[in-house]
Design a protein around this ligand. Structure first.
Ligand SMILES: Nc1ncnc2c1ncn2[C@@H]1O[C@H](COP(=O)(O)OP(=O)(O)OP(=O)(O)O)[C@@H](O)[C@H]1O
Length: 494
């Protein structure tokens, strides 16, 4: 066996342009059998483009792409791609079909096999059980459209596992998973790589997770490979951030904490529980989705049930609609970027100005708005060819910045954020923390739901924890915050 033959896939000098934009300028990348390989780089570095070329959804312009079988023989690209499965940041499930159908249908699409309900259920159960036995026991006949985001994520990963793939490419798979679910997923990946020789490519901006799961890493910067297959343990966090070209973010002085400004407080309450938020408070929300989702729905005027009340001078006890909430100064950044956040068929400018259109009641972009939009994009360092391009020409992390830009510089009383740094690179994350602190300093109360407990520790004044049944389980003040405490209170100790 030559040295190269241990790689299930390798690319050399890969190039790719979209129009005049050169995205990959010479990427080298190889994945060996049985390894968990972190593919790292800032937003827009070219990671997803590389993945798209490996899976065949984008064509390369130049360079070499080679797949090999277990014996090291070179395969045709078509044969090689059959051994590859990908789980994207945005879920690709059919919402009108059941969990079992979503997992098993690809098996039946190959060849001429007729759909066999029982066989499908068995295959789906086996695949899901690898991740979560309890979920596998109850989920098979549920419609995917009724699942929460994190449940959908589990189904998608199960589908990739059940396809018999030898290489799984996971593009930020943990963004919607709780700490315990993430730990479980990592356990599954470790087992499958050890026992079955599965290879995994793991794209993430969460440094702690990268260290937990990946034994090897490669770093792409501005379309070029700057680190190729180096053991993760050999690189410090600082070295990784420097290789990604983000040293400026960690060199910046740590943000100063602000004293809360004065103004009208906000009280949120449910049966037997009430909490007052002073203007400028950053309240973290932790726990399995059931609890945070119900609270957030009430805060943004989207609640179907009357569990939570939101009291503030000048506000009704319950918002009748998200429009009313936005007009009264309650902003919202959804965690479901693709389905509820980005307006895919409208240009970037409309995506950025959407909230202003609602609060101001304006319909069309004016020259003044164009300048405003450019300023917002500059504040968030969004690189886009034109304000009039569609958002799908931007990388995932950059799309996330558009959602945040919607609420910057709007005098909101309350800003509700669901995973606001999802898919955002490490440097930008630190910048977003500062932007949110600045907003809080102007008197906006912030409610920040994150599944990344480390992030809650970094940014929040206090955290409201929900248990796995969706009940509020307690409030932890900043001085007492710790990841262990959060994990225990939310019932998610791994
Ligand atoms: N269809 C397209 N048309 C034009 N430009 C595109 C298109 N797809 C991607 N790009 C550009 O290619 C560059 C690389 O994008 P890519 O999605 O590969 O980055 P990434 O490293 O995955 O980023 P992220 O961490 O934000 O997901 C970006 O600047 C993006 O704007």
């Amino acid at each position: 066996m030559t040295d190269d033959s241990k790689y299930i896939v390798s690319v050399r000098s890969l190039t790719k342009s979209y129009g005049a934009t050169s995205v990959l300028k010479g990427v080298d990348f190889s994945v060996a059998r049985g390894e968990i390989h972190a593919l790292l780089g800032g937003n827009g570095a070219g990671k997803s483009t590389l993945i798209r070329i490996i899976t065949g959804t984008a064509a390369k312009d130049g360079g070499e792409l080679v797949f090999r079988d277990m014996a090291g023989n070179i395969l045709t690209e078509a044969d090689g791609r059959r051994k590859v499965a990908v789980v994207h940041q945005e879920l690709a499930l059919l919402s009108h079909l059941t969990v079992a159908e979503n997992i098993a249908l690809p098996h039946f699409r190959r060849g001429s096999r007729l759909y066999d309900r029982r066989l499908a259920a068995r295959q789906a159960h086996e695949a899901l059980s690898m991740i979560d036995r309890e979920f596998a026991g109850t989920a098979l006949n549920r419609l995917v459209g009724d699942l929460s985001l994190h449940e959908g994520q589990m189904v998608e990963i199960a589908r990739a596992l059940s396809s018999g793939a030898e290489l799984i490419l996971l593009d930020e798979p943990t963004a919607n998973l709780t700490a315990a679910e993430t730990e479980r997923l990592f356990g599954v990946l470790r087992r499958l790589t050890r026992e079955n020789g599965l290879s995994v490519v793991f794209v993430s901006h969460r440094m702690k997770e990268i260290r937990q799961i990946a034994n090897v890493c490669s770093i792409i910067r501005d379309g070029r490979t700057v680190v190729k297959s180096v053991p993760t343990a050999q690189l410090t966090d600082t070295a990784i951030i420097e290789h990604m070209g983000q040293a400026h973010a960690i060199a910046a002085p740590p943000a100063t904490r602000v004293t809360a400004p004065t103004g009208e407080p906000l009280t949120i309450a449910e049966d037997g529980f009430a909490m007052t938020l002073q203007p400028g408070t950053i309240l973290g929300v932790a726990g399995a989705p059931a609890g945070p989702e119900t609270l957030i729905a009430a805060l943004i005027g989207a609640a179907h049930e009357k569990r939570w009340t939101v009291a503030r001078a000048g506000w009704p006890g319950r918002f009748r609609s998200p429009r009313e909430a936005a007009r009264l100064g309650a902003g919202f950044v959804t965690g479901d970027r693709s389905h509820r956040g980005i307006l895919h068929s409208l240009p970037i400018i409309d995506n950025v100005l959407a909230s202003r259109r609602v609060t101001r009641g304006s319909l069309f972009a004016t020259k003044r708005e164009e300048i405003e939009c450019l300023d917002l994009m500059q504040a968030l360092k969004v690189k886009a060819g034109s304000l009039w391009h569609l958002p799908n020409t931007l990388s995932g992390g950059t799309q996330q910045k558009l959602l945040l830009a919607r609420w910057l510089n709007i005098p909101s009383r309350l800003l509700v954020l669901e995973e606001p740094t999802r898919g955002v690179d490490i440097g930008t994350k630190l910048e977003i923390y500062q932007l949110i602190r600045d907003m809080a300093a102007t008197g906006t109360a912030i409610v920040w739901w994150s599944t990344e407990n480390a992030e809650l520790l970094e940014i929040c004044d206090r955290v409201l924890a929900f248990d796995t049944e969706g009940r509020s389980a307690g409030v932890i003040e900043r001085d007492e915050l710790s990841e262990d405490k959060l994990a225990t209170l939310t019932g998610m100790a791994a």
